[in-house]
Write a protein that binds this ligand. Structure first.
Ligand SMILES: [Zn+2]
Length: 241
């Protein structure tokens, strides 16, 4: 048996479900940041309120993450939209006079997209993806040169893909690395960190202590880059790394 109630506190609407469970649980859920408390049957209203109040900063943080996520997923690729490239925000300016679709950075913070007049959302999305891919390929080429010497490994191939759950993976037998296309939106140091992490997998397959000590010695600030990577505007889904 369960009973549902709703109340408002500090402008937040909270759903409470009382049921036969042992512990009280507070959750914030996508896409709108709905707040729900599941509580044992005998929990008083006061206890629920106190729990919610004590967690307000956390609730707000979760809600703003979901909102950022919402904004990121609803892209239309029209003028005025913000798009990230190497950790920097650019204002998109779409011009439909392009004979050959292309993208250019202008006036430092503007991303000009030239498309054909009949371009669809899909065309524009693909154009930006291809641009991201070719831009980070350039970065990767010079990073590979630098880090191959430092780490002492040779990579045969780096492929950039759209991936749902990972920033990168490495196949040590083929000496092949896959990197997430989303990295194009993150600061360059984050891309470098993921690449170095994957390159170290050629020396150490697992995330062992040896792996960690190698990471420490090659890139002492790696934890900072990792945190940064997971803090930057989310898009599409939560990332694990
Ligand atoms: Zn790894």
């Amino acid at each position: 048996m369960s009973t549902k109630t709703k109340f408002e506190i500090c402008n937040l609407l909270v759903e409470t479900v009382r049921k036969d469970i042992k512990n009280i649980h507070l959750g914030v859920y996508p896409p709108n940041g709905r707040i729900r408390v599941a509580a044992p049957l005998k929990t008083s209203d006061e206890s629920v309120r106190l729990l919610v109040i004590s967690k307000i900063p956390w609730i707000k943080k979760q809600q703003s993450r979901f909102m950022a996520q919402e904004r990121q997923t609803k892209r239309e690729y029209i003028s005025g939209e913000s798009h990230y490239f190497l950790g920097k925000r650019y204002l998109l300016n779409v011009s439909d006079i392009g004979l050959i679709p292309r993208i250019e950075i202008k006036r430092k913070a503007h991303l000009y997209m030239y498309v054909k007049s009949n371009s669809t959302l899909k065309h524009r999305e693909k154009l930006l993806e291809n641009w991201y891919r070719s831009e980070i390929k350039k970065q990767i080429a010079s990073l590979l040169e630098k880090w191959s010497k430092i780490i002492g490994v040779k990579i045969n191939e780096v492929e950039i893909r759209k991936m749902k759950t990972k920033w990168g993976t490495c196949n040590p037998s083929y000496k092949k690395i896959l990197l997430n296309l989303e990295l194009a939106k993150k600061p360059a140091r984050c891309l470098e960190y993921v690449l170095v992490h994957e390159m170290i997998h050629l020396l150490e397959k697992k995330h062992s202590d040896k792996f960690k000590s190698k990471m420490e010695s090659f890139m002492p600030n790696w934890k900072q880059f990792k945190n940064e990577l997971n803090k930057f505007p989310l898009s599409y889904s939560d990332w694990s790394y």
